[in-house]
Design a protein around this ligand. Structure first.
Ligand code: EPU
Length: 341
């Protein structure tokens, strides 16, 4: 039986579908509720030469006032435990499932590992694209494979983890923009679980008598830390960290730390050091600064906010002045993290 076609809504307002709360109207919005709608839809878009993009939770995008062409709202929501052996359990999850709801569900079902990634806004399908990470864990570590529609081959493909090329806020999908539509993520949860507490904020909470927390306790702690530091997008528009933490060579780091002894950084792969971009921006005096309708969050300088009525141009202008100042003071180029559509 042919699948129901994807539901089409022309001229849809997306203000409530992006966490920055930017006013944006999409020319053609297709709601994808099942993967088998994609071959027909993508063929039609190709024939009409219509540009397309996928919108998940809208929590990592900067939308323009008008989005021409096709916007695919990802709403595939099936979820299934595929198998379990003595060591691992495999769980398949549709790309449209809410990320935080998935994390909570896995813990309730004793599938442990994602607790450090609690409260990250967005969808399951978007998670592998930028390889979401927080508190010492990256989602790629728990991914077994990904199913996606490959628009170049016009076919579904299954990419094993190694093919996804996960790295800090990066993946094969991000390196090949507008090619893949992630439809399903297969997670692999090892039954042998160990708490991951190396990140300073978490380590502080679980010292001494508390040094042996359960996954649920870590989940609760991560939720509390995030709620304290990061603005709730339902209250104040934002897309989480606006810049990536820059990765520099050990040699460059040695020079910088001599000049700026307070420089905050994390160890990275051999020969590299990851700097806290929030510290760099904070040092330049931007924290809490407001420029018209947009600004820098008062508790975390890495987060840009829309106080209401801001446009993508306002945000990008503020981002540019931050980039210029950080470059002038520290010689570091900050890369914007969310997708600019
Ligand atoms: N800092 C300041 N001033 C600030 C902000 C930060 O001095 O205004 C310094 C502090 O020393 C602080 C350090 O920077 O201890 C690190 O800050 P934080 O722990 O808030 O983490 P981050 O490096 O700014 C990264 C991720 C977050 C993730 C946290 C926790 C990136 C781009 N951001 O932020 O991810 O939640 O670590 O792991 O890697 C996101 O990607 O949207 C996001 C929120």
């Amino acid at each position: 039986m042919a699948p129901n076609p994807a539901k089409l809504t022309p001229n849809m307002g997306l203000k409530h579908r992006n966490s920055f709360g930017l006013d944006s109207t999409a020319e053609l919005v297709y709601e994808i509720s099942s993967a088998d709608q994609l071959p027909t839809l993508m063929k039609a878009l190709e024939e009409k030469k219509l540009h397309w993009r996928v919108l998940g939770g809208g929590s990592n995008v900067i939308l323009p006032e008008y989005l021409p062409g096709a916007t695919l709202l990802m709403n595939i929501r099936d979820q299934e435990i595929l198998k379990s052996d003595t060591q691992n359990t495999w769980l398949s999850v549709g790309a449209g499932v809410d990320w935080h709801e998935l994390v909570a569900w896995t813990l309730e079902h004793n599938l442990l590992g994602l607790e450090n990634l609690a409260l990250i806004p967005g969808t399951v399908g978007a998670a592998p694209i930028q390889n979401i990470g927080a508190y010492g864990v990256e989602v790629g570590e728990y991914i077994d494979s990904i199913e996606a529609f490959d628009s170049a081959a016009h076919a579904f493909v299954t990419l094993p983890k190694e093919a996804c090329r996960f790295a800090y806020r990066d993946s094969y999908f991000k390196q090949n923009p507008n090619r893949f539509i992630v439809t399903k993520v297969v997670f692999k949860f090892p039954k042998a679980w160990q708490a991951r507490l190396q990140y300073a904020d978490l380590a502080k909470q679980f010292m001494g008598a508390n040094s042996n927390p359960s996954a649920k306790q870590i989940f609760d702690a991560v939720c509390a830390i995030r709620s304290q530091k990061l603005p709730n997008p339902k209250v104040i528009g934002n897309a989480g960290s606006f810049f990536q933490n820059p990765i520099i060579s050990d040699a460059q780091y040695e020079l910088l730390i001599q000049q700026f002894p307070g420089l905050v950084s994390y160890p990275d792969i051999a020969g590299k050091r990851k700097l806290a971009a929030g510290w760099l921006i904070d040092q330049c005096g931007f924290k809490g600064k407001r420029v018209g309708s947009v600004g820098v969050y008062e508790k975390q300088a890495l987060v840009l906010v829309n106080h209401g009525g801001g446009t993508s141009t306002d945000i990008l202008n503020l981002a540019k002045s931050i980039q210029e100042e950080v470059n002038d003071q520290f010689g570091i180029e900050l890369q914007i993290e969310p997708n600019i559509l």
